[in-house]
Design a protein around this ligand. Structure first.
Ligand code: SF4
Length: 479
């Protein structure tokens, strides 16, 4: 029997095509990063459970056992974790229900640091199904992470979790019956619904089918433009190719550069601005890059939910005569990597030249947090922050633009565009994989090939900073 579950209902709200594929189990395989996200949710739930020690927990029971046990426990007015409800073709498993004099209170646990819009229809669907099963839902709540929580010793569940009532918002949703019917019709269709690329491909979540659907767009398409209002409007009007944008469309200067690069098939360079950027550099240049991981529930003292924890950096020190020295750090073991990282980083960054990073907001935010958590390192970290220069600036301003960047100024696009070298041959070729592979080989070890992972992490992070050396060299040649 095909059931409409909570997650399928939410898929349906985002896109019928996504719902159809999810129901047929035709979504791409989940990645280590997806697995990490799920495990973060489960971990937070375990801490929330400590707040309700008398509750009955039905986790681990199979589908049928759970439905039977739920009925029994409801008759006895128990507080229940993971109670299941099924009526017709609708099914939900609820994180927490608590009996009250006026009915039952329904709680949804989310490992996010605030209440988010899609959490409301999630609760509304659960409420609808539970009420159809004959229980009255009194109030609805979200339980999420307190972003200001700082671990100091044992995790304090009371301080870690925030409970917010959202009964009113949930009650505003009154089309569940109608939508459920519609979604069941979609599920029962023989063929996949037509593709309708829209802002819902990113909203409320990045659709797992994006790679497939978006691959059908022309190589240089309007979604590469800088203003999402403009590009979604163009797409709605059926205009997909950058070269088909009608005259008179309101475009930014960057968009115009992008279109010119496509039309002329030539790299667009503002030599003067690029030269000004290069002239301002103070040697030696310290090309620097961090890798970090984060967890919903903090693992180490002096850290909070989703705090970026640096575990690795690479540093290429470039003298004005072109001489290069490479330094790097990659934490060992399962302990908090920040202590050793800070000690070595302090020595490695000693000097007066500019610290070159790509997209400075990330490095600066990590350094600021380190300074806050380790005040003994505050002075030199603040000096280091003042030396930071963002190599992404000329690319963010489109002072250099190659159509192969496809509207992006990330180093992953800029490096191949300007130097012809790329990350594609590396075993690890993005920050998210680097973070997961480190985490699951060091902090919560479950991967066996730790030494190989370490080698690949060093190669990956090293390319980020060596790549910056090459980018500057190329920018100089252009001038
Ligand atoms: S990528 Fe967009 S069009 Fe394709 S299934 Fe996802 S939401 Fe629907």
């Amino acid at each position: 029997m095909t059931l409409l579950t909570k997650s399928k209902y939410l898929n349906g709200l985002q896109c019928h095509r996504l719902l159809w594929h999810a129901n047929k189990k035709l979504l791409p395989e989940i990645t280590l990063s997806d697995e990490h996200k799920f495990s973060q949710g489960y971990e937070f739930e375990e801490y929330v459970k400590k707040l309700y020690p008398d509750a009955k927990d039905l986790k681990g029971l199979d589908f049928k056992e759970n439905l039977i046990k739920t009925k029994q426990l409801i008759e006895q007015s128990n507080t229940i974790f993971e109670a299941s409800f099924m009526i017709d073709d609708l099914f939900v498993r609820s994180d927490l229900i608590i009996p009250t004099k006026e009915g039952w209170d329904l709680y949804e646990i989310k490992s996010t640091s605030k209440a988010k819009p899609p959490h409301i229809p999630d609760l509304a669907f659960q409420k609808h199904v539970i009420e159809k099963c004959g229980l009255k839902i009194n109030k609805c709540f979200l339980i999420y992470l307190n972003k200001d929580y700082v671990k100091n010793g044992e995790i304090n569940s009371k301080e870690l979790a925030i409970v917010e009532e959202v009964t009113e918002k949930v009650s505003l949703i009154n089309d569940i019956e109608e939508k459920s019917k519609l979604f069941m019709d979609v599920i029962n269709q023989d063929k996949s619904p037509e593709m309708h690329i829209s802002m819902y491909c990113n909203k409320p979540y990045d659709c797992p089918l994006k790679k497939n659907c978006w691959a059908t767009l022309p190589e240089n398409n309007v979604l590469q433009l800088t203003n999402w209002r403009v590009y979604w409007k163009l797409l709605e009007e059926g205009i997909k190719d950058l070269e088909d944008i009608p005259q008179g469309t309101k475009l930014s200067e960057k968009d115009k550069i992008m279109i010119e690069a496509v039309k002329t098939n030539k790299v667009q360079v503002n030599k003067e601005k690029a030269r000004l950027f290069l002239d301002d550099l103070n040697y030696p240049l310290f090309h620097f890059d961090f890798e970090t991981f984060d967890t919903a529930v903090p693992i180490f003292d002096k850290s909070g939910p989703y705090q970026k924890m640096p575990f690795q950096y690479s540093l290429h020190i470039e003298q004005e005569d072109g001489a290069i020295e490479h330094k790097e750090f990659l934490a060992e073991g399962t302990k908090d990597p920040r202590f050793k990282l800070l000690d070595q980083m302090k020595t490695d960054l000693e000097g007066t030249g500019d610290i070159i990073v790509f997209n400075k907001s990330f490095e600066i935010s990590v350094m600021k947090k380190l300074a806050e958590d380790f005040p003994e390192h505050k002075d030199w970290l603040e000096q280091a922050i003042n030396r930071i220069v963002d190599l992404a600036d000329p690319f963010r301003a489109f002072d250099y633009y190659n159509k192969s960047q496809k509207g992006s100024y990330s180093i992953k696009k800029v490096l191949p565009a300007i130097t012809g070298k790329s990350y594609s041959e590396l075993e690890i070729n993005n920050g998210s994989d680097a973070s997961m592979l480190y985490f699951y080989s060091h902090i919560k070890p479950k991967l066996e090939n730790k030494e190989e992972i370490r080698k690949n992490l060093l190669k990956y992070c090293g390319l980020d900073t060596e790549g910056m050396v090459w980018i500057i060299k190329k920018l100089k040649k252009i001038n």
